[in-house]
Design a protein around this ligand. Sequence first.
Ligand code: FES
Length: 260
Amino acid sequence: MGTLTATSLSSASSHLNLIPRRPFGTKIKNPILHNPFSYQHPTNSHLPSYQFKRAKFELSTAISSTDTVPAADQSSKDASFGQETENSEKDEKFDWYAQWYPVMPVCDLDKRRPLGKKVMGIDIVVWWDRNENEWKVFDDTCPHRLAPLSEGRIDQWGRLQCVYHGWCFGGSGDCKFIPQAPPDGPPIHTSSKACVAAYPSCVQNGILWFWPNADSQYKDIFSKEKPPYIPEIDDPSFTNRMLTRDIPYGLTGKEGDQLR
Ligand code: FES
């Protein structure tokens, strides 16, 4: 399941239909889009059409020099060329879990209640942290008994509270309160096992983005790498309209295996 955030922009003098770029900078070869629902694009929809254009390649013929290369030299060149090709393929391997992904336009989010979504196959919960004044994206799984946190609520202290046994979480994913724990007992809520995975997130162009890796090395990823920016969306001389549509898709076969 993926989330498509589409934006159409227009101004008096120009009209642009912008579509989000497929994960950014990827050089995946021949992705196979598998859509089990065979989605038909409605003719009157505002959703921009995706057009997969074939790259035009020019064929050229290299003319060999008349110099002959000794067989031993040639085989060592071939081996080194093969090694370089293999290395460059390794270098180009696209890491799907080290990219920014759009979750929702902020205008479609409700600060009063958590929202569950599935993006990149990950169940996430989006909620407004009024203590830190920002949107948070957590793994949608309570560390206690795995209940979906998106079924919970925002408590009176502005924490995300699980619907099942009432554990409460702060904006860093830290457990703040366990109702069943005796007040004079050990502070079990401070255990790392009581924490939820909190994904890096940010708002840009009016869209909430998340980075689908909660490892601590990505904690400040926004300061090093930003989501793709579309200046026209923030330009007041343009008007824009956003919509989201969930589309189940995946990569199958050899191409999918290569991405794992
Ligand atoms: S499952 Fe969430 S508090 Fe028990």
